[in-house]
Design a binder for this molecule. Sequence first.
Ligand code: SF4
Length: 383
Amino acid sequence: MKPAQSTQGNPKKSSLLGSAPPTNSDPRPASTVINFIEGTRAVTPAELESSSITRYHVTKFYREQAINSGHYDQLKFVIEPSVEEFKSPGNLDTSGEHDNTVVPGFQHKYAQTGLLLATDRCASYCRYCFRKRIVGKDSDEIAADLGQIARYIGDHPEMTNVLVSGGDPFVLSTGRLDEILDHLLPFPHLNSVRFGTKMLAYAPQRFEDPALVALFRRIHEARKAAVIVTHFDHIGEISVDAEHSIRFLRARGVQFLNQSVLLAKVNDDPEILAATFAKCHQMGIRPYYLFQGRPVKGASHFQVPLSRGLEIAHGINQRLSGIQKTFKYIMSHHTGKIEILDLGADGRVYMRYHQNKAREKIGKIFSRPHLEGARWLDDLLEE
Ligand code: SF4
């Protein structure tokens, strides 16, 4: 299929949900024709809003990489809007982020980890994003008062690391990232600063900024680990440019982990994911989480049944060497991070809390009767 055109440079054309409200002087059109994967369709701004359709924007780099990699037929589902989005049920806060927000823009769900939402923007917008309530919008869930966040961290010595996320923190200027570090590095109880980013897939040239070397050096000099969590879902997303930047930063002491989301039509194939994780390993990135897709409104069509997810997870491990199989198949549920272990011969799904607010639950194996087609813990009834 011919790729749809990005709205880059022409934000009014087919721009799904621009954030500006309609005004009398600049009325929104009654409907806009949009290039969906399934074909063009006229939709109204009200339809887009009521279905929480994420804004559309794709970098030229990603589109070209997707085509040149030979995997466009899978990767188009990452970036191109689909009419499926109008009928995918779910909610917009599947992990209880709102309940764990302790200061605007800062969440504290697990004792050791703080989560700072640095921005509501990304270089491109993933159609399956679980933070679609925030990304591409002018959200009030973004960190505005870094001083207030620093005071909270100072009052919580049990916190050992902060994850800077969003949106994608690397859409921000290096100066703004330095400002964030000004508020994190003084705390001796923080051992690491972690950045969650898909920028290495969407615009890896961002990491050629020489000021970033100084930024990561600051973290080392404060005697903390600098960690980048990449977000490669498919081997076709790993470009030569990305590999170059990763190797460059690794040589300067930055640690790399990768998280992927298991996505129907994109990577629900053990061959693809094993190749992705093997490539990560080769570049010095440790595969870390393979997330079960979440029941997000407008994105739940990406979910793969748990039984198929387990076949894929086992299939990946069967294809990798011992030192490559470092990932966990994880459901990020509002009760905690749950590792999905197996579907037993007794017809039960076996799971284990990898993270939980209640310390005593961590590591405990539990099970629920399997139900055909179940995609989330809530689909499995407690006995
Ligand atoms: S880069 Fe991350 S935050 Fe941004 S749209 Fe994709 S999944 Fe969501």
